[in-house]
Write a protein that binds this ligand. Structure first.
Ligand SMILES: [Zn+2]
Length: 90
């Protein structure tokens, strides 16, 4: 007899991104909120569905993407990310 209850697709120690992270409003690695000043420069490091995930330029970007500059893409302006986030969560 086997119990499959403890088996899931989720790996331990890897938390799911928050809604803010998915909206590009917070760093995927350290969770810094880019809406709060002074916020570090954010770079695109990953994609999830049709969204871009961002991380701080430098160490966070390197952890997420392997490059301190992230992917060679320009993130949407912060105001636009905020607008989309609010549209998703209203
Ligand atoms: Zn960060």
């Amino acid at each position: 007899m086997y119990s499959q209850e403890s088996i899931s697709g989720r790996r331990r120690g890897r938390t799911e991104p928050t809604a803010e992270m998915l909206s590009g409003l917070a760093c995927l690695i350290c969770g810094t909120d880019y809406r709060s000043a002074p916020a570090p420069e954010a770079v695109v490091v990953s994609h999830r569905d049709d969204r871009r995930l961002l991380a701080c330029h430098g160490t966070c970007a390197r952890m997420a993407s392997g490059s301190v500059n992230g992917l060679d893409e320009t993130p949407l302006p912060l105001a636009e990310r905020v607008r989309r986030h609010q549209a998703d969560h209203s």
